[in-house]
Design a protein around this ligand. Sequence first.
Ligand code: BJW
Ligand code: ZN
Length: 222
Amino acid sequence: MMVITGAGISAESGIPTFRGQDGLWQNYSVMDLATPQAFAANPELVWAFYNWRRNLISQIKENPAHQALVILEESLPDFTLVTQNVDGLHQRAGSKNLIEIHGNLWRVKCSKCHQRYIDMSVDMGTLPLCKCGGLLRPDVVWFGENLDHQLLQRTEEIAQKCDVLLVIGTSCSVYPMAAIPMLAKNRGAFVAEINIEETPLTANIDITITGKAGEITPLLVK
Ligand code: BJW
Ligand code: ZN
């Protein structure tokens, strides 16, 4: 079994989604902040945005949908969870076989020497610097950047061999992840989604369960 999650699974924990009505931060579109160009032009602004999100995430908890996926993993012999979220909530809930395909905002990496560090601070004050003097940035995948090649390859392989794929709380609009569910479908997997709205997937998969992830996922797992 494979599960793919997006921002919708963390919405009920209190984290705004990207393309919803709340997908704005101080009048900036999140889509304009999550780019290497934005960071190059104004690293203070982009760090302020990520510090705000770190602060928010440090104060909230994983919800019944995250918890239900841990129970599902424990009850199946072969289970992989691929999340597009960078909030770390699946890890906090206890998911083990987990691929964080767009990175994790509690890690930073050097924009010069690429060294990675864990950093749990919620406000870095000044711009954080690497030992080499380079500017540290969040270790997440921004628009126009390549996903980790090995993680993407593993994700594609699992999609091609899984029997069941459950897609939870993603608009399925950001590539290459948006293409993964149809990869599974075309290889014969049963593909289901849980979402409060229709997505580009809805017409092309086996079943859509319309509703909130935090309500539907625990029922489904039960
Ligand atoms: C609920 C709910 C509840 C709410 N219960 N459900 C043209 C065609 C094809 C591709 C491209 C193109 N132009 C550019 C591209 C490439 C680009 C792309 O796909 N753009 C599209 C917008 C078209 N992709 C990339 O750049 C990727 N890299 C790449 O392709 O490299 C090669 C390349 C380079 C250059 C050019 C072309 C190719 C990288 C993508 C990285 C995405 N990064 C982000 C930010 C991460 C860091 C951070 O978080 O700060 O990842 S963007 C953002 O979107 C984030 C998310 O993981 C990702 C997906 O969003 P998600 O999770 O689906 O959230 P929403 O808000 O969209 O949807 C929420 C859903 O939940 C909705 O459906 C709600 O209904 C639902 N929901 N509440 C259940 N309670
Ligand atoms: Zn460095």
